[in-house]
Design a protein around this ligand. Structure first.
Ligand SMILES: NC(=O)c1ccc[n+]([C@@H]2O[C@H](COP(=O)([O-])OP(=O)(O)OC[C@H]3O[C@@H](n4cnc5c(N)ncnc54)[C@H](OP(=O)(O)O)[C@@H]3O)[C@@H](O)[C@H]2O)c1
Length: 319
């Protein structure tokens, strides 16, 4: 079968479409014929050897997909750690969800990682409980990206006041159409200053932080008392810095979020899916697809993410 293979750990140029043997099913796995794959920043990191827990090359790339179960013909979307960008993938039965009838394969391939991550960020921030005493505020970095656009749609449903950063006014305009109230172009403005001014010095309840480096410390300084930074990535490649003075001053905290870990906890994933699927049925969630590439041009798709030029999700067409 055809698969996108990471041949060396030297970045997107080492990706090749190759013929590989079909996967062998292990216990608890289901064979899926893949139609489309969702590209994640983690896929780019994996091509450079920068993603923890990944086996050495040659390795079939890809961590989320949409397709049909070979045996039943059921349309499914799924999450994996690798081997999703191939004509067939052996999927774990608990990491498959039915594709909503009104969604295309591309939309479904753009769902699992972005929406579970965004939902669990709100959950960790304590914002998914129904009775809130006051309107919550959140700062969302890379608000126009895959996780970012999912977070805006969920934040709108939860009634959260959202502040989002991006390098581009065009991207911010598109996310505002989804419900973002306050867009901040960080190339033109210091987001710490903007948040301080717009919240009359109070700050936000949570910051969804995926940049690392100085941005963890800056995001801590954007918080309200008892607020939390949900740290879920380090796209700058730099280790997160803390601002302990800001943490002491406001009893604030930094909490990690890693879907690879949380996805193994069915007691967390099942209620999350229950809520997400309810919102999908109410047509309140629509994965935002900015770009679709054929598998043969996957390297270009990866480079778009590397350069931060994407809006929403980048999808790779497989069948
Ligand atoms: N912990 C988890 O379980 C988990 C799950 C999913 C994703 N993540 C992390 O969340 C982040 C977003 O992932 P995603 O797949 O949804 O990607 P994405 O947000 O669609 O794309 C990355 C975006 O980040 C912004 N950016 C800012 N600084 C960047 C830099 N130095 N290099 C590249 N991009 C930069 C760019 O947007 P602007 O130009 O608008 O700034 C770019 O479009 C990544 O760090 C990823 O590793 C973590």
């Amino acid at each position: 079968m055809k698969a996108l293979v990471i041949t060396r750990l030297s970045g997107p140029d080492a990706l090749e479409v190759r013929d590989v043997p079909e996967p062998q099913l292990q216990a608890g796995q289901i064979m899926v014929r893949v139609a489309a794959g969702g590209l994640n920043f983690a896929d780019f990191m994996t091509t450079k050897g920068g993603y923890p827990g990944t086996p050495p090359p040659p390795l079939t790339a890809g961590r989320e997909f949409a397709g049909v179960e070979e045996k039943t013909g059921r349309r499914v979307m799924g999450y994996a750690q690798w081997a999703a960008f191939a004509e067939k993938t052996a999927a774990h039965q608990h990491m498959l969800w039915p594709i909503p009838d009104h969604w295309t394969d591309e939309q479904a391939a753009a769902f699992p990682v972005n929406f579970f991550t965004a939902y669990l960020a709100y959950w960790q921030a304590g914002m998914t409980a129904t009775a809130n005493d006051r309107k919550h505020r959140v700062l969302i970095h890379a608000v126009a990206g895959g996780v970012g656009t999912a977070a805006v749609q969920i934040g709108k449903i939860l009634g959260v006041e959202m502040y989002g950063t991006s390098s581009s006014d065009d991207k911010l305009a598109r996310v505002k159409a989804l419900g973002l109230q306050h867009g901040i172009n960080y190339k033109q403005h210091d987001y710490e200053e903007v948040v301080k001014n717009l919240t009359q010095g109070e700050g936000v309840d949570a910051a969804f932080e995926m940049l690392g480096g100085e941005h963890t410390a800056k995001s801590l300084r954007c918080l309200r008392p008892f607020g939390r930074v949900i740290q879920y990535g380090t796209a700058t490649g730099k280790p997160p810095q803390l601002d302990l003075r800001a943490m002491y001053a406001k009893s604030s905290m930094v909490q990690g979020l890693w879907l690879t870990y949380l996805s193994q906890k069915r007691e967390i994933m099942e209620p999350a899916w229950q809520q997400l699927s309810e919102w999908i049925a109410q047509k309140k969630l629509t994965p935002q697809i900015g770009h679709v590439f054929p598998l043969e041009q996957a390297a270009e798709a990866y480079k778009l993410l590397e350069e931060g030029k994407n809006y929403g999700k980048v999808v790779v067409k497989i069948a």
